[in-house]
Ligand binder design. Structure first.
Ligand SMILES: *[C@@H]1O[C@H](CO)[C@@H](O)[C@H](O)[C@H]1NC(C)=O
Ligand SMILES: *[C@@H]1O[C@H](CO)[C@@H](O)[C@H](O)[C@H]1NC(C)=O
Ligand SMILES: *[C@@H]1O[C@H](CO)[C@@H](O)[C@H](O)[C@H]1NC(C)=O
Ligand SMILES: *[C@@H]1O[C@H](CO)[C@@H](O)[C@H](O)[C@H]1NC(C)=O
Ligand SMILES: *[C@@H]1O[C@H](CO)[C@@H](O)[C@H](O)[C@H]1NC(C)=O
Length: 490
């Protein structure tokens, strides 16, 4: 057959389109009229609209493209992606108007042909116009279709993946494969002599086919019986080591506490650090002869009452918990307490008599929370204090009560916003370690040089120091102090 396409000659094509010309003009005029009410925007090309502005801008980051366009046309501009009109809003005030003030007016999805078809004239929850109908639809979805119970009930279906390894020559089922979430596992007609205990952890498994194997290590009633029984048996054979790796489980905690209690009888130290405990069970207190207790890194909010019976206690470590109330009453019965760490808690307030009964205290750490700074007279009653840690407490100056603690060996004031070191600091002749790193110190008083023979460690990193050259700072404590001393003008 002779297939040839006949192209109409020019005159006949014109005679076909000519009657349509008025329609075309009307169409273009209509568009121009419409566009008058639209916000400004870049020039639109036929068919593609403004797609070229997005693709040819030389920037592959769309938000930056919109920013540049907003700089040119203002924060409220009109673009066309293909033939679809889009309004781009690039200012937070205008966006708030759209999304918050007038959100109801803009909540409805645009009417579109495809959505009408797939959602039966917008009868679903995604495309339905905002209003009473949509609200009812959403209620139905949230309460019945997407409820936790309903989603959970599909678990089996989602895990329903079959695995067929029948008719192979498998000698053993690999442990790694026990991580698969399978519904059915067919291992029939292989050369298996046993099964790994880890297979017991495949809790989604409903059917395990094993016929045609010579499973010598398993009872035949287990092999031919219900899959759930076999899995339970395998789980029971998992080594206890495997259980321990599930750190944080209650069995693990109970074990750890029992072990710590046992140790505390001989060592007089009770260590229950990092166990995510909300409270210390009474079983942990086998002995009140304890001298050191470490409860750091738990979730403790209220301290255990038993603490007040530990009258020999010397070290109490409570770092990184959730303690809110200053445990002042407790301290009146701990006369020999010499080390107290309460850093990184949520202490609201330390009352003026907060350190009553702590006259033996040598080491104190209150770092990590600005609200943990004691009310006046502050630390001045702690005449034995040798070590004080006040990191990250938003201090803007070295407090006067701290400057009065002349017996201090170690003073840690790092990660605050301290701007100056007072000249008075020269009287701290017992100080061996001073940490003021990560503060806002711009200059050092030359008098600090008088501490040259006593101060061993002087940490200054992370300060905007201008008065001392970097090279000197890099040389370390001794050289810095010597440099300062040389500059004392007498
Ligand atoms: C395994 O082999 C048997 C016979 O050799 C055959 O009937 C069966 O369909 C095979 N099964 C699979 C899953 O290939
Ligand atoms: C296992 O082998 C037997 C005998 O060859 C066969 O009848 C049976 O269909 C096989 N099972 C599977 C699941 O392939
Ligand atoms: C406190 O310590 C002192 C000196 O180490 C000691 O004599 C005293 O018995 C201790 N007090 C208690 C209650 O353990
Ligand atoms: C500091 O303590 C206050 C008062 O309890 C608490 O609200 C705040 O979260 C704490 N801050 C930190 C960083 O723990
Ligand atoms: C550090 O000090 C300067 C003035 O010397 C001040 O403008 C700035 O806010 C301070 N920074 C902090 C974090 O306190």
């Amino acid at each position: 057959m002779n297939c040839s396409i006949q192209f109409p000659s020019w005159p006949s094509a014109l005679s076909f389109f000519l009657p349509l010309l008025p329609l075309l003009i009307l169409f273009i005029l209509g568009k121009m009229k419409n566009s008058k009410t639209l916000p400004p925007g870049p020039t639109k090309l036929p068919i593609i609209g403004n797609i070229h502005n997005l693709l040819l801008s030389g920037d592959d980051h769309i938000p930056r493209v919109f920013r540049d366009l907003a700089n040119k046309y203002g924060p409220f501009l009109h673009m066309k992606i293909g033939h679809i009109s889009q309004i781009i809003v690039s200012s937070s005030e205008l966006a708030e108007q759209f999304l918050k003030t007038h959100d109801v007016n803009f909540a409805t999805r645009p009417d579109n042909f495809a959505a009408n078809i797939i959602s039966y004239n917008r009868k679903d929850v995604a495309f339905a116009p905002y209003g009473e109908y949509w609200r009812q639809m959403r209620k139905v979805c949230v309460q019945t279709l997407l409820s936790f119970k309903r989603v959970k009930s599909f678990d089996g279906t989602r895990a329903d993946e079959n695995h067929n390894l029948a008719n192979n020559t498998l000698k053993e089922f690999p442990v790694e494969a026990c991580k698969l979430r399978l519904g059915v596992l067919d291992l029939s007609n292989n050369s298996l002599s046993g099964l790994p205990p880890e297979l017991g952890k495949m809790t989604t498994l409903r059917r395990l086919l094993l016929n045609g194997n010579t499973l010598r290590t398993l009872r035949s009633t287990l092999v031919s019986g219900p899959t759930s029984n076999l899995l339970r048996y395998l789980r029971s054979r998992l080594s206890s080591d495997d259980e321990v790796s599930k750190c944080g489980s209650s069995a693990y905690k109970v074990n750890q506490i029992a072990e710590a209690t046992r140790l505390s009888l001989s060592s007089k130290e009770l260590s229950l650090s990092g166990l995510k405990l909300e409270s210390v069970p009474s079983t942990a207190w086998e002995s009140y002869e304890i001298v050191k207790i470490d409860l750091s890194m738990n979730l403790i909010e209220i301290l255990p009452e038993e603490l007040s019976f530990c009258s020999k206690l010397e070290h109490l470590i409570l770092s990184k918990n959730k303690i809110k109330q200053w445990p002042g009453a407790l301290f009146t019965s701990l006369h020999n307490l010499s080390c107290l760490k309460l850093d990184n808690n949520m202490l609201k307030k330390i009352p003026s008599n907060g350190f009553q009964g702590l006259s033996q205290l040598k080491i104190l750490d209150l770092s990590g929370n600005a609200s943990s700074y004691p009310e006046p007279p502050g630390f001045s009653g702690l005449t034995q204090l040798q070590e004080l840690h006040l990191r990250r407490m938003q201090l803007i100056a070295i407090p006067l009560d701290v400057l009065g603690l002349r017996q201090l060996h170690i003073l840690d004031l790092s990660q605050n916003s301290i701007a100056t070191i007072p000249i008075d600091m020269k009287n701290f002749i017992s100080l061996t370690e001073l940490d003021v790193s990560d503060n806002n110190i711009t200059s050092l008083p030359a008098e600090l040089g008088l501490l040259e023979s006593s101060l061993q460690v002087f940490k200054l990193d992370g300060n905007p120091l201008r008065s001392i050259r970097r090279a000197i700072l890099d040389r370390g404590t001794k050289d810095i102090l010597k440099y300062l001393k040389d500059r004392i003008t007498t």
